[in-house]
Design a protein around this ligand. Structure first.
Ligand SMILES: [Zn+2]
Length: 225
């Protein structure tokens, strides 16, 4: 299922929502550019590929916010379609790509793996694909190697592709083996809540939200202590 979401001026974003876990995969590019990145391809990679083809785009990178199965399930299919696409994930989640126990697919009775990472990131890197610039920031808590990808300062407002850190009026689970509730709250406060209030957060599940809305209305990690 594809959905229409609000986007910053100059950016184009499509969303493909996977069945089962309702995971959001984002197809992102600078308006007018054919160079796109796919963020967190889930269980419906065929729809993502169809969308890329229908929009006459090229996939320059597959970016994973973290290594849980519902976010990496489409990596292999997209790599086959676009072998030159750079597969990027946080260093401390890279093992999940090839370990069905660590990526939580084995507990669901399937053994899901991905090609290995082409590039492991730790936060602070600036990724460049055509005219698109994305800042990587480390956001541990939901998983140890979780990262988010931000367009700050190249779009106004900024967009953050946030995976399973901050949802609209909710937050990511921390009851997995490498989850850490205190680290998650610190990541949200130090990385996301320090962005301007109009920053759009595109989460891994559910509708987009803004930093300002969550600082005011998030019951799990309020903006003010
Ligand atoms: Zn997850």
């Amino acid at each position: 299922m594809t959905k229409v979401v609000p986007v910053p001026e100059g950016l184009e974003v499509d969303v493909v929502v996977s069945p089962l876990f309702e995971e959001n995969c984002y197809l992102v590019r600078v308006a007018g550019s054919r160079t796109a990145v796919v963020i967190d391809p889930g269980l419906d990679a065929e729809s993502v590929a169809e969308l890329v083809t229908s929009r006459q785009l090229e996939v320059a990178a597959i970016l994973n916010t973290h290594g849980h199965a519902d976010h990496i399930a489409g990596n292999e299919f997209l790599k086959r379609c676009w072998p030159g696409a750079e597969l990027v994930i946080g260093r401390d989640d890279a093992n999940k790509l090839t370990d069905p126990i660590a990526n939580l697919s084995a507990p669901f009775g399937v053994s899901l793996i991905s090609p290995p990472a082409d590039r492991q990131v730790v936060g602070g890197e600036e990724l460049a694909y055509g005219p698109l610039r994305l800042l990587v920031q480390a956001t541990p808590g939901h998983s140890r190697g979780h990262v988010v990808f931000s367009t700050e300062p190249t779009t106004s407002p900024a967009a953050i592709f946030g995976g399973d850190v901050l949802f609209r009026e909710s937050v990511g689970r921390t009851d997995f083996p490498d989850g850490d509730a205190a680290a998650l709250a610190t990541s949200i406060r130090s990385v996301l809540y320090t962005c301007p209030d109009d920053t759009i957060v595109y989460p891994g599940h559910g509708p987009p939200t803004t930093v300002g809305h969550e600082k005011r209305a998030n019951p799990f990690v309020p903006g003010a202590l």
